[in-house]
Design a binder for this molecule. Structure first.
Ligand SMILES: O=C(O)CCC(=O)C(=O)O
Ligand SMILES: [Fe+2]
Length: 196
């Protein structure tokens, strides 16, 4: 259903799809989300001290699906129309449910996300996570937990990065700072929360 126009050499379980949304639709979605999402900047504890996360975020899901993410207990906001429509489209394309989406808003290149994997128990054993990018292209880094080998690719406006299989167990990923990037980027990671 989606085109694979650029195929960087990525480890097993990572697939880059470009485009999944037309440039124009992606910009109207970017503007809509920037203005209509209830963006939050919670603080998390690192080595005993509380720090605001270096980006804004919002968690949207079917009601009752709480998510324990980076030591935060996230209570879901309700779906809006464009995200609900995108969820339906992804469910058809990937033949699996997506009952939650975590939105990240990187206001400029100083906003970032550190090394982590999305291996929370509520995602199940081998989750498929679809990560849609809108706005400024940003570098995404992948690191092999065992060998420390690294891969980098740009996540472009209107693209999707799909993480499946062993991608969370074997690798960590991050969105490094890029001081020269002045524009904003919104990322949508569609996930499926399973009952524990
Ligand atoms: O912004 C990105 O592309 C990465 C987001 C991410 O890794 C996450 O939300 O878990
Ligand atoms: Fe992640």
């Amino acid at each position: 259903m989606f085109e694979l126009s650029q195929k960087p050499d990525l480890p097993n379980g990572f697939q880059y799809l470009m485009p999944v949304i037309s440039t124009q639709k992606a910009w109207s979605l970017f503007d809509f989300l920037r203005l209509n999402i209830n963006w939050q900047q919670p603080s998390i504890q690192v080595y005993g001290k509380f720090h605001p996360i270096p980006r804004l975020q919002c968690y949207i899901a079917d009601s009752g699906l709480n998510y324990q993410y980076s030591a935060l207990n996230l209570l879901p906001d309700a779906w809006n129309e464009p995200l609900f429509a995108m969820r339906q489209r992804l469910q058809t394309a990937f033949k699996q449910p997506f009952n939650a989406v975590l939105l990240n808003y990187y206001r400029n290149g100083l906003d970032c996300m550190g090394w982590h994997s999305d291996d929370e128990p509520e995602l199940g054993d081998h989750p498929t996570i679809v990560s849609v990018s809108l706005g400024a292209a940003r570098k995404f880094a992948i690191k092999d937990r065992e060998t420390a080998s690294q891969w980098q690719l740009y996540l472009e406006h209107g693209s999707a990065l799909v993480m499946t299989g062993m991608s969370q167990q074997l690798y960590v990923h991050s969105l490094p700072k890029q001081r020269k990037v002045g524009e904003g980027r919104i990322n949508l990671t569609f996930r499926n929360i399973v009952n524990k």
